[in-house]
Design a protein around this ligand. Sequence first.
Ligand code: 13P
Length: 251
Amino acid sequence: MRKKIVAGNWKMNTTVPEGIELAKQVVARAAETPANVGLIVATPFTHLASVAEAIKGSKVELAAQNCADHTSGAYTGEVSVAMLKSVGCKWTILGHSERRQYYGETDEKLVVKTQLALAEGIGVILCVGENLDEREAGRHFDVVSAQIKNVLYNFTAEDMKKIVVAYEPVWAIGTGKTATAEQAEEIHACIRKVLADKFGAQVAEDTTILYGGSCKPSNAKELFAQKDIDGGLIGGAALKADDFIGIALSY
Ligand code: 13P
């Protein structure tokens, strides 16, 4: 059985004290969520060490939102995977559309970052997704398939055990415009097929594929009921503990 996950991407929100408070609120309600649903919070770098402390002993796991594409050295402003590991990070998000769009994150860089993360035993939540123009041109399957192939086809079936995919249609992020359950499911099924073509049916079957984009307590149930949707990567709604937990309770 593949793992179900509800992950909160806090993006560039909250001060450190606010983040600690939010983490504590999530921890306080984490035990209400089903045992087979993993909870992850992806905080800004500055928050990681304190949030690691706040979630200690709970089922909540810690993620970063990005990592450097080098191991160490003269890369001012960057944060390495070894640093992430040293503060208790279990995961890093990679390839979020905001990083692809604003910070020049390319599939080539994502291959390197994924290699570095896996080498340190850090799990990767790899984001893929088409923008509005690509969807309107009917290119969404091609765009997402290419993103998966360009990055994940460089890895092995063994590596895939530490990789989660998140499908986040760019037009649904922060817009209040959720993909319908059918729109999301057909892309998730396509991603699973692309994974099966390279790694075989079992690896594809075992890979957790999350949906992200205006996911909230009111629409999570329908999305999560789809057979290829294994949870969510939550932005705005992850900033309120009750909404975040509410989403996890949709299982
Ligand atoms: P929203 O849930 O705010 O649409 O953001 C989704 C997202 O980008 C999570 O990574």
